[in-house]
Design a protein around this ligand. Structure first.
Ligand code: 13P
Length: 291
């Protein structure tokens, strides 16, 4: 089916008490692995790209690849721009077929974040594209943005509600103590705040920094109201470890197809496991609305 706007799948997840995985692709192999896992699990899925991947592959190529794969698939697939900061890039992503975009104005004071996010929402909604906003500051490393753990700012439920009301965003990333990248120290999660924000607002909640969270913590976050969970670093690690592992055992084989196939299978297994833990397995029917 064509790429879908993810609002319906996220609202269904919110209402049904499960969560949709948003997996960062880095190339065609990772894109194929994410879709293969979604098909095996009969799960809706969000493909997303960071700004480094956008620079590497270009928005037209990403849009074309995602459309090609989605058109041939029966599970609902959305294409989302992760951490957009430049309205011109967001506009271009929409032109290239993205069905959702994040505007990350979290570094600005509240009123400026609201004004900038509202402008993106007006443009995106006019074209049937969904918008994720963010308030609070998520720690860790995302491309070339580095935020120390002690510099993270947690989101308050009152602010979240006001932000949703003033911006009319479709889903909201709140800072509750998770971080991008590998955890160097155990994260101090404020799961109760996530629960209170999810109850105070009507929009699905997004948790960034899915990599490295123990699965029982992931399940707790989902129970507290996480409807979209971002997983990026784990994709890169499984990919690279898969390639290394195969090369170590087959140093003189020189068969790139077998090498890449091995890495892809490792990725499909890992992503499938996330979908099971998030509870999106078996939820592909009834959560699509074509973009
Ligand atoms: P991780 O790299 O920690 O999985 O975080 C991904 C993310 O939140 C992307 O926005």
């Amino acid at each position: 089916m064509p790429l879908v706007n993810p609002v319906n799948m996220l609202q269904a997840a919110r209402a049904g008490g499960y969560c949709i995985g948003a997996f960062n692709l880095v190339d065609y192999l990772t894109l194929k692995a994410i879709i293969e896992a979604a098909e095996q699990q009969q799960s809706p899925v969000i493909l997303q790209t960071s700004s480094a991947t956008v620079k590497q592959l270009g928005l037209p190529a990403i849009g074309a690849m995602a459309r090609l794969v989605a058109d041939a698939s029966l599970v609902p697939i959305a294409l989302h721009l992760d951490h957009g900061t430049d309205p011109a890039v967001i506009r271009e992503a929409i032109r290239c077929g993205y069905t959702a975009v994040m505007y990350d104005g979290s570094k600005y004071p509240f009123a400026e974040n609201v004004a900038r996010t509202r402008a993106v929402v007006a443009e995106a909604h006019a074209q049937g594209v969904a918008v994720e906003g963010e308030i609070g500051i998520v720690a860790g490393v995302e491309d070339d943005i580095v935020v120390r753990q002690d510099a993270a700012i947690y989101t308050s439920p009152e602010e979240a509600l006001e932000f949703q009301r003033q911006t009319e965003i479709d889903f909201l990333a709140a800072a509750i103590g998770t971080a991008h990248g590998f955890y160097k120290v155990e994260p101090k999660l404020d799961i109760d705040t996530l629960r209170r924000i999810a109850q105070a607002t009507t929009c699905p909640m997004v948790v960034h920094g899915g990599t490295g969270l123990p699965f029982d913590v992931v399940r707790e976050l989902v129970r507290a109201g996480a409807a979209k969970m971002n997983v990026s670093t784990q994709i890169k690690q499984t990919y690279i470890d898969g390639l290394f592992g195969y090369i170590e055992g087959h140093r003189t084989e020189y068969n790139p197809i077998k090498l890449l196939d091995h890495a892809r299978r490792e990725l499909v297994a890992m992503i499938g496991q996330y979908m099971q833990v998030l509870g999106s397995t078996g939820k592909s029917a009834g959560s699509a609305n074509a973009a």
